[in-house]
Design a protein around this ligand. Structure first.
Ligand SMILES: C[S@@+](CC[C@H](N)C(=O)[O-])C[C@H]1O[C@@H](n2cnc3c(N)ncnc32)[C@H](O)[C@@H]1O
Length: 400
């Protein structure tokens, strides 16, 4: 049972009216306060256990189930699980394995539409995502598949259920109400009884340097250029980082702007765009196809930092093969802050970079990434800084 990755260590018992399950977060975390479910999962399942079982007669759709608390508990209904993070799908696979459950669920990528299986959708359970635009896109795309007979339950921490959340359910689906808060969680109930259907306003595009940049809903910087990204883009133009690079990696690529700028400056380079978000990788790919329609050499990969989502021991590009890694690391994960993902991105960058390769990172000034880089690289420094951001350079990866 994946003892090679130490996965079993993180398992704890999740008790629900649909049974007890051993669950762990994936990727693993060293923070003992983080667990693989929250009160909102149990609240939704408790509510469902008191409802008539006819709710489960049609297709059951789970949206944004991050580690599989809902999917394991409802496994006998073979749910469709619609997520933006490939890591959430990977967590569910592992948690099904840990509980010796047949993989009876179907992963559906946020970049794909829900498959039409012929059965009407009788139940949607949605963990409310942090991004309102992603929520809007999901509701707009769900809407044509639902009828007034479909039960729609939303669940999240009470503090994350806002009037704006309810308004989106009202606009795209129909009559919406909420439960009382219980253990700081709240449920939302929606009857998809609207006569008018609104198409999703996403993806949208903005202009950068005379090019349109497309961003799917919820992808970082999908409406307008992020200030940190802008600062690194400016530095790329005034430094010689890209000039002689043959293989460039844009890790945590979002809509792909860093890699796009690199290709613009060096049309001979090959760029690998990597992100755990299906919509981010799709945005990056569409942008590359639009900006450089004749280029076929670039790659677009779903990854956990620079490792394979299925097998974390495998890097998505060969070790010691890259000349430049560009990184604007995430400093929060849905609602959780932390530097674990950034650290993983830096240490895997050190593995994929050649001896003469370089990692370039942009970050908010208050984030203390330089000490982490010093542990991984022989040579590090500040390439540029302004009031809010620093651009850090790291060269000569230390041999492990
Ligand atoms: C701060 S954004 C930067 C996006 C883009 N590079 C830019 O500068 O506009 C960080 C990106 O990292 C991605 N990300 C978060 N965790 C990840 C992980 N474990 N593996 C790969 N990508 C991840 C997010 O989806 C997001 O697109």
């Amino acid at each position: 049972m994946r003892s090679d990755t130490g996965y079993v260590e993180g398992l704890t018992t999740f008790s629900s009216p649909f049974g007890d399950y051993q669950l762990a977060r994936y990727p693993r975390t060293s923070d003992p306060n983080l667990q693989a479910w929250e009160a909102a999962d149990r609240y939704a399942l408790t509510y469902l256990s008191d409802e008539p079982t006819t709710l489960f007669d049609g297709e059951v759709v789970l949206c944004n189930d991050e580690f599989g608390a809902l999917a394991t508990a409802l496994h006998r209904y073979s749910p469709l699980v619609w997520n933006d993070s490939a890591l959430a799908h990977a967590a569910i696979v592992r948690n099904f394995e840990a509980n010796q459950l047949t993989q009876s669920w179907t992963p559906v990528k946020s970049s794909d539409e829900l498959p039409n299986t012929g059965k009407p959708i009788s139940l949607v359970v949605m963990k409310i995502p942090k991004s309102l635009t992603f929520l809007e896109d999901q509701l707009a795309r769900l809407s044509p598949r639902l009828t007034a007979e479909t039960a729609v339950i939303g669940a999240t921490k009470a503090k994350h259920m806002h009037t704006s959340t309810l308004k989106l359910f009202e606009k795209y689906l129909g009559t919406t109400s909420t439960s009382l808060a219980k253990q700081k969680a709240r449920l939302l109930f929606c009857v998809p009884d609207n006569d008018t259907a609104f198409p999703s306003p996403w993806p949208t595009s903005f202009d950068y340097d005379g090019h349109l940049v497309l961003g799917h809903a919820g992808v970082f910087s999908h409406r307008k250029l992020d200030q940190g990204t802008r600062f690194l883009l400016e530095q790329m133009k005034s430094h010689a980082w890209v000039k002689d690079a043959t293989t460039i990696v844009d890790v945590g690529c979002g809509n792909g702007l860093l890699g796009l700028q690199a290709i613009k400056q060096n049309s001979d380079a090959t760029c690998v765009f990597a992100d755990r978000s299906y919509l981010a990788v799709d945005s990056a790919e569409r942008n590359v196809r639009r900006w450089f329609p004749d280029d076929e050499q670039h790659r677009f990969v779903i990854s956990d930092a620079l490792a394979s989502v299925e097998d974390p021991s495998q890097l998505v590009i060969p070790s010691a093969s890259a000349d430049l890694v560009l990184c604007n690391p995430p400093f929060h994960d849905n609602f959780v802050m932390g530097e674990e993902t950034a650290t993983k991105m830096f240490s895997q960058a050190a593995q994929v970079l050649s001896e003469t390769g370089r990692l370039v990172v942009v970050a908010n000034r208050h984030l203390r990434y330089l000490p982490i880089l010093k542990r991984l690289f022989v040579s590090t420094g500040v390439a540029a800084s302004n009031r809010k951001f620093v651009v850090l350079e790291a060269e000569r990866p230390r041999t492990p």
